[in-house]
Write a protein that binds this ligand. Sequence first.
Ligand code: SF4
Length: 315
Amino acid sequence: MEKIKLGISSCLLGNPVRYDGGHKLDPFLTDTLGAYVEWVPVCPEVESGLPVPREAMHLVGDPEAPRLVTIRSNVDHTSRMLQWANKKIKVLASDNLCGFVFKSRSPNSGMRGVKIYSPEGKPVGTGSGIFAKAFQDRFKLLPVEDEGRLRDPALRENFIERVFTFKRWREFKSSDKTVGGLVAFHTSHKLLIMAHSPKHYSALGKLVANPKKYRREELFERYCATLIEGLQFLATVKKNTNVLQHMAGYFKQQLSADEKRELLEVITNYHRELVPLIVPITLLQHYVSTYNVEHLKQQVYLNPHPLELMLRNHA
Ligand code: SF4
């Protein structure tokens, strides 16, 4: 499989670029996810010309437009950082990234929840780091997360599903820009979307069913924006259970009474959170290949990311 290009805050790869000369190596990112990813490291502070080590900084002032200021000597680095960020974003635009993993809580790289202080040093709110905000403003559809949130299994699975979906979307767009191609893309993603957001599933279905309503490029843009927005909703146990039951409905004719009972029991056990999602999925995959159910065979939902990431193994 061709590796997926993701941006990353450089210190998360173990590069010693932090203000104190240290790093924040994250073994899940380097060792596990790293097997599928070509990382594009970015350190706003070092790349904008600051040395290692350097004085630590924080965000100060208006939470809507905070300044980037060193903590001890009060040097304002905001303009330097914004100028560098604008140039860097132009370079990153040609890198074809499928997402970005930011360092949490950093005044430059934190994507959300970064503390903002008053000039007297009191917390007055939270926001995004200077570079992370510029990046998210420019690449609104790109999946982004920070390493802290990625420790939550549900958020981790959600981010990786969005990244892999974005990659498939990019590949589709560069190979087949026909309405027929869009219909095929949508068909194979139906159950995945349903597991995240039935509302977006229905909106995307309407878009694909009425392609003449929009110019071709607008149709594709609308589809991508709605898809990415829908996938941001977590695939909960309840929504996954609905999808599993929907899939089980395809085997009414083929399965014996015992097999149906067993399948239903496995889905119920998942619904009661006694077994992880991978258990009913594995059983359904077995029936899909045994009975060669064409519509289910092409569903990305059955195989949205590499099994080795073990993202569906938590109950
Ligand atoms: S958090 Fe961002 S700015 Fe700070 S060391 Fe890591 S990559 Fe550089």
